[in-house]
Design a protein around this ligand. Sequence first.
Ligand code: F6P
Length: 505
Amino acid sequence: MPMDSQPPLRQVTVDGVVFDWSYQFLTPEAIEAFAAKRLPENFNEQRAALMNGTFVNISENRTVSHVLSRGDQSVLRDGHDARFVRIVKKLRSGNWLGATGKPITDVVNIGVGGSDLGPLMTSFALREFASDIQQHHLNTHFVSSMDGGQLYAVLPIVNPETTVFIIASKSFGTLDTFANVDTVKVWMNEHFKRVGKTEQDWLEHHVIGVSATPKKMTEYGIPPAHQLTFDQSVGGRFSMWSAIGLAIATTCGVEVFRRLQEGARLMDEHFASAPVTENIPMLMALCGVYNREERNINNLAVLPYDGRFRHMPSYLQQLDMESNGKQCTATGEKIDYPTGPLIWGGFGPNGQHAFFQHLHQGYDSFAADFLLVLHRAAKRFLPEVQESLADQQELSVANCLAHRKLMAYGSDDGTARNYYPGNNPNNLIALKELTPESFGAIIAAYEHKVFTQGLIWGLNSFDQPGVELGKKIAEKTLDAIQGRSSESFDPSTDALIQSCQIGVR
Ligand code: F6P
């Protein structure tokens, strides 16, 4: 059944976030019926348990507490961990001095997955809200990939004497992160030896640890005053609200971090109380399940039309795919129905000149989430420039709305060349203005969408057993590459291992 060609307006507005689901197949009546059919009977209890931190991640035998980390257990709450605020203020004011007495100018966050993507996305999106009265300029850099590619770019532009490295790792043991940390250690030692400082000297001034495993931070040599902790019950991909968000706060300030948490908290309240046809996360979840199950759409394109949201597709990939890309129920039974879709996407305006051709006229169906900011104040610019930037904002809105409509409704003038099949459902998430609150609200909405879909599909959205086997095989492969074993894998792998061994070391 194609979409209704003149769909009635369906919008829910919550604290500056306009969620438009007019271009979905389901009507409000159909959503109610679908919710009655697909939501588990105990949905309300499970949702309440998520909100009060008693929901249980069965396979890891721990509760789930990311919602509390932006509420009662926030690092910004008095008495919880004033250390977070102290560290941020000291760095942002220029009062944090390195081992040779120079103020810190650069912060490098080393982490991967949830210890990288949320801080990276949010620091990038909210950078312009960093308070203008900040006298001391602090640059932020992110290093995640095990290949060292990002270190190649960052190390030459930072000064060891004025750089702090945040080692962000819930487990404080992730191989990728420690591959980068090891290289940084060699680089720092090499420099500080020349200026008469020991490893412990620079460790005390240039490293902050963020982890749910404080013992390992201590073993590593990080002084307790530079350790920030969070609870094991905060899942990695849900952790940007916790101490893992340190790089957000060092980039944008404590006040922006507080406002971000506040926006998320308002979305929590909305999710906990709004009726299903006015509940943004539940509408996202139910339309998504319907598209997956009834329309066989196996993917969701995340298409932000604002450069500040550039890192959102990668963040949502982890949030959704690591949570719900599973074929096993929370209680261990094999699943024979489709679960979480593939999440992909990219910056919309650039996508128009890259992959939109396929979306408009290619063979595959897709669902999409368009993200848009309706107004952007450009206060820092002269009036003429402000006007020109406002025109650009309108240009972006126009393009987003046009492509969104064409993808949903298609076009057909009777020629094959000009046939646009359409029928691809989408949501539009529009912010009246980007603020830390509205940004926090969108991210919390996605978290709750993932949670709701996980419950519908009977999954445990809070573990990730699937990423383990690949890591184990990689360890064996590394043993072979570095000559610790002579294991043979398959002709292709063996040949590549050999080529690697004849490298340039
Ligand atoms: O990809 C597996 C994973 O465990 C993610 O869930 C997590 O966000 C990432 O690795 C990093 O883990 P950690 O913060 O413990 O270094």
